[in-house]
Structures are given as C-alpha cells and as structure tokens.
Design a protein around this ligand. Structure first.
Ligand code: ZN
Length: 666
C-alpha cells in the first residue's frame, strides 16, 4: 500500500539532477489508446563492479520470470487471451494496413500494458475495436484451432461481451466486492465468507501478525473456505521455481553476508509459502541499508485485491544513486523531528522513529506489477508492526522521474490549466525539485509515520485502507514541504518553492486528474481518490476564508490558491483527522471522508477538462520498456561483463517476454 505513482500528467520543468544522462536519448517508444510508452536510462550501470553487474543480471532474470503470475492474478483468463492474441499476431498473413488488424494490434498492446484484459488504472475491461468476424477468421487459421472450440467460446465471451468480467477490482460501496470483481484472488466464495474466514483465524491480540492472505488464493473446497498458497509445489509453481533458480544464483554474488542471508530467506519463503518466513525476510531486507544493489521480488501491493489482502506479484531491481541520495539522507537523519512535530495527536505518534532509511535509486528492471506502468517512489515493507519495530526502506526512482520530465517539457499542459503566469513560473522554477521532495517525504516519512493504538486491526479500514493510507502520506509530505526546517536543512531553496507543489496538487486534485476519468464515471482508483478527497475537503473547509477558489476566464475553469499559509493549516487539520482514523481504525469516519469528498465528479467541469485536454494531444498514462542486459562470457563460460542496450521497441519486447519469460504458458 505504499507506492507513489505519477500525480500529474506533466511537469513543465526539467529535473536538475547530477545523473549522467545522455541528452540525445530517444525516450518515446510507442503511442496507442491513452498510453505513451517510454524508455528509461540506467546511468552509471557501467560503473558498477563486475560482481554487482552479475548480481543485477541474475536479479533481473528473477524479476522477469514472475510476469505470468501477475497476468493470472489479474484474471484467470488473461494468459489464455494473451497467448491466443500473440499467436494470431505472429500468424497473421494479411494486409497490415487493414482496419481490423490495426484495431487488433491496438487491443493487444493494451492487454500487454494492462497485464491482462483490464485497464491498469481504471480497472475497466478493454473494448476491442476489431470485428468478431476478423477474430473468428484469424482464430480458425491457427494450427490446431479445430480442437479448441471450448476455448474459443470463452474467448468470444471475454472479448465481445462487455458485461462479462467487466471490472478487475470493484470498489463500489455496498456491493459484494469479490463477486463483482474479475480478479483471480478468490473463487467460489462471497465477500462475507472470506471476511468470516479471516475473522476466525486472526488473533487480534497478536502484536506481530503475519500479513494474512498475502500469498494465496481463497477458494471453496468441499464446501469449506480454504487458502491455496502461491509457492513451489503450490499455485504458480512453475514460475516460482524459475524465480528461485535465479535468486539462488544471485545469492552467490551478493554484496554482503546480510544480503546473501535475506536472498536465501526469500527463497525459503517461495519454497514453503510461510508468511512468517516472509516477515523474517522483510525484516532482514529492511535492515540492510548498506548494499548498493537492491530489489523487490514478491507478492507486495494489495491494490489488485478488492479486500486489500492478496499481494500482486511485483519485481524491480535497482541500485543506489550515490550523489542524489544526499537529499534523502538529510531527511531520514531528521526523521524524529518530523514525527515529533507533526500536527497529529501525541497518542498516534511514534515515540521513537526507527530506521527510516531513504535513498534515491536507479531502476535497472521493472517487472510484474511495476511494469510497464511504474511507481516513482516506493516504501516497504508494508507490514505495520515491522515498520514500527524494524524500520522501512523508502526510495525515489529518479531515472524514471527524469524520463517523465524530459518528455513532458514544453507540452503545453500547464499553460492550458494553470491560472496565471505566476503559477506557471512558480512550477517551472521549483516543481521538479518540489515533486521529488514530495515523493521523498511521502515515502520516507509519511508512510513510516504514526502508529496504531494497541489492538487496532491493521485491516480495519477495509476497502478504504489504501486510499486513506495514501492520503495520510500525501498530507504528511504536503505539511512539511512548507516547513522552514527544509530551508534550514538546505534541501529547499526558499519559502516560495513549496507553493509550486501546493498549487499543482490542488489543480490536479480538483481539475486535471479528471483527464484520467471517462465521462460519466466516478473516481475509483485509490491514489486519485486520495488526491480528490484532500483537495475537495480543503476547498470546502477553506470556503469561509476563500483559501481556494474556482475562477473563470474565456469560458474556462481554473483554480486559484489565494492563501498558501491557510492551505497548509488545512492540510495539518486533515492530517490529524486521517491519522486518528487510521490509529483508531475508525472505518465509518474513513468511509464518510472518502465517499463525501473523494468519489463524485462534477460532470460539467469534467466535460470541460476532457475537451481542453484532448486539444493538447497528450497521453494520460505512461509506462516503460526495459533495457536489455546481455551477459558476456569468456571461453571458459565465466561471466566477464554485462552490457546494457536500449534498442528494443514495445512490440518486440512484449513478444520476447511472451516467449522467454512465460513459465506458466510454455
Ligand atoms: Zn504512498
């Protein structure tokens, strides 16, 4: 529940980083539907030692081999759909300028991007724009098609019946969230049955609880609700065996005994499926802050589960950007100041902040739930008690934010939506820095701050948990961005810079994030809901002082922030309340807050924003292809180097992954 995704579609400013970026680099790779695919650089990879490069290489292989797991978790038909579409794509002999083929290719690109048949963000099923007739013909031309009539029937329904498996994760209040969600983390059970099951096995007096349900599918067997764990010999065994194989190789070239030990613990987790072992691994991982190469590999975030329990499979390999990490070191060294001075009730504060470590990293590979759409900041582990007792690791992924900034420069977005030149100039000058700092504060301090009162169930906020948690971390970051302490510490230049982030946040929350919502729809995604409830709450509560105002010019709607100091006070008040909700597990207050301020959209403004945005011709969502790592061996088969290249396009990469990293389909 602790990741930051790009808040706003664009930033006018270029990041000023110390990274050795190649300025002639070609960032843009592909464009289709509402997506732009980019590539990212891995600066200073060649400066890693040979052993580190070898470690990165093995870890990237371990990461790429988990891809099929996520497809299957997202919907039980995803692998069949992907495989069939890829077969048809390769087998196609017709004219590639044919309207149906072009629509087919677009749909396939969407399925790859969504890791399945649903949109990665809206969770809605994609609508194919090719004819059923085209699909029938192409399917019939596949070798062995005559023996696949049953499969064809299912495929027809998936592709051409919009009501079938319509939504991957349904969050609509008052419905059975399991029965109405197409994801594959439950089968044959109702929401009530699952909740009863976990209520019965959860020990609420346990101060170090495992993350219930994190690595399993919940099903009914002989009338009984049971968990089926993901592990070697269990669900997804073939993929997990491959992951384990590469992790074992990685362990042999670990940077330190501590790193070797936690890689081995992770292997043990995959072999046993024991969530206690996963906790042990997470503690060892969180406590190792020395090694430069690091990774995520496992069932991590639970946004893909309507009940927020099962982790979607995710992989990422990275190494620390030593120069840029100075900024985050300063923040984490002062973590206790931020915790002690935060505007929340003292009962909900940590008396002693432990091991909040923060760094700026270079992502080397993105996989599973982080691919192709990827976060720009991550804070793990997710387990509350581990974070409190052993600390957490927080990262800002600067080679990814750099790529975003490079392609966003000068796309006209802020000129269209910002109120005046004052705001535009403010954002040009300070937004890249303020955005990175916001991510640092959100990940490193925000998620790590606060504590639950004794006996409060960490899952008490249920479907609202993710959204409220993201809101809490955002509020913490927003509050401190305007703290003179940051200027004093030398990481913020002056008391103007924070206003760039405040303005952007409110503009995005009230107006521009609507570009990501289809007409007539409500806001559903957790991060978007959190940005909306914060912005809307501050707008409503600040009305009497005219803190935030909607203004019109030339028939267009803008937001203006009239009083930045008062806006900070509002952030402080709301932070206090959201922290109370979390610390006390006040489900009803959390539900009220999100439903009242975070869900509904003004249709007139929505329509206007969409029309203005369309005129800019910017893709609302972005994602990435990975670099290729090629090991170089000497004549005795000893690895002597790892080369990185950026030559692969989107289709090529997806087809290659479908062939080479597809243990559940081949
Ligand atoms: Zn977060």
């Amino acid at each position: 529940m602790k990741k930051t995704i790009l808040a706003v579609i664009t930033m006018a400013a270029l990041a000023t980083t110390a990274m050795a970026q190649n300025s002639n680099f070609n960032y843009s790779v592909d464009r289709f539907a509402d997506i732009e695919v980019l590539r990212y650089q891995v600066p200073d990879f060649e400066k890693l030692s040979l052993k580190q490069k070898e470690l990165v290489y093995y870890l990237t292989e371990a990461a790429l081999n988990g891809r099929d797991i996520l497809f299957d978790q997202n919907c039980k038909y995803n692998l069949m759909v992907r495989q069939t579409l890829e077969d048809i794509y390769r087998n196609y002999k017709g004219n590639k300028t044919d309207k149906d083929f072009i629509a087919f290719e677009k749909y396939l690109k969407q399925v790859w991007f969504g890791n399945g048949i649903h949109h990665h963000y809206s969770m809605d099923k994609f609508t194919p724009e090719f004819s059923k007739n085209f699909f029938d013909k192409q399917f019939a031309a596949l070798p062995g098609a005559d023996k696949r009539a049953g499969e064809k029937k299912v495929l027809d329904r998936i592709l051409f019946d919009p009501s079938f498996m319509a939504k991957r994760v349904n969050q609509a209040d008052g419905q059975d969230l399991i029965l109405t969600s197409a994801c594959n983390m439950y089968e044959g059970v109702t929401q009530k049955e699952v909740e009863d099951y976990y209520n019965a096995i959860k020990d609420t007096t346990d101060l170090t609880p495992i993350s219930y349900g994190l690595n399993c599918k919940v099903v009914k067997r002989n009338g009984k609700v049971v968990e089926e764990p993901y592990k070697v010999g269990g669900l997804y065994s073939k993929a997990i065996e491959k992951i384990v194989y590469w992790l074992q190789k990685a362990a042999t070239v670990a940077e330190s005994p501590a790193q070797e030990a936690y890689i081995n613990e992770l292997i043990k987790f995959y072999q046993t499926g024991s969530l206690k072992t996963f906790d042990d691994y997470s503690i060892m991982w969180a406590e190792d802050t020395q090694d430069q190469v690091d990774f995520i590999n496992g069932f991590i975030e639970s946004y893909g589960d309507p009940l927020g329990m099962t982790g979607s499979w995710e992989g990422m390999v990275n190494y620390r950007n030593e120069t840029a990490s100075h900024r985050t070191q300063v923040i984490s060294q002062n973590a206790q100041y931020f915790e002690s001075n935060s505007p929340v009730d003292n009962r909900f504060k940590k008396k002693e902040v432990k091991g909040v470590s923060a760094k700026v990293i270079t992502a080397a590979i993105l996989a599973g739930d982080s691919y192709p759409s990827t976060p720009i900041g991550i804070n793990l582990p997710n387990s509350n008690w581990i974070r409190a007792a052993h600390g957490s690791k927080s990262v800002t992924i600067e080679n990814i934010t750099d790529a975003y900034n490079q392609v966003a420069a000068g796309n006209g977005f802020n000129d269209e939506f910002a109120w005046s030149n004052t705001e535009i100039e403010l954002m040009k000058k300070y937004l890249a820095l303020a955005d990175n700092l916001h991510t640092d504060l959100h990940e490193c301090l925000g998620h790590a701050s606060g504590q639950l009162l004794p006996g409060v169930d960490p899952d008490a906020l249920k479907a609202y948990g993710s959204c409220l948690e993201e809101g809490r971390a955002d509020l913490f970051a927003l509050y401190y961005l305007a703290d003179p302490k940051l200027v004093e510490l030398g990481i913020m230049p002056n008391m103007e810079a924070y206003k760039a982030e405040y303005y952007k946040y409110i503009m995005n929350g009230l107006l521009t994030q609507l570009t990501r919502i289809e007409p007539g729809k409500d806001i559903e995604e957790a991060h978007m809901r959190n940005r909306k409830f914060i912005s809307e709450w501050c707008y409503q509560q600040g009305k009497k002082d005219n803190v935030i105002e909607y203004v019109k010019r030339d028939g267009k709607t803008f937001v203006r922030v009239n009083n930045y100091e008062k806006l900070r006070d509002l952030f402080a008040q709301l932070l206090g309340e959201v922290q109370r909700i979390k610390s006390e597990g006040d489900f009803e207050a959390g539900r009220q807050l999100v439903e009242t301020y975070g869900v509904k959209v003004d249709p007139a403004i929505h329509k206007e924003v969409l029309a203005r945005y369309e005129g800019l011709n910017i893709a609302p969502y972005k994602g990435f292809v990975n670099p290729i790592y090629t090991p170089v061996y000497d004549k005795n088969g000893k690895l002597i180097d790892v080369k990185v290249s950026y030559t692969e396009g989107y289709i090529d990469q997806m087809l290659r992954y479908g062939q080479d990293y597809s243990p559940l389909t081949h």
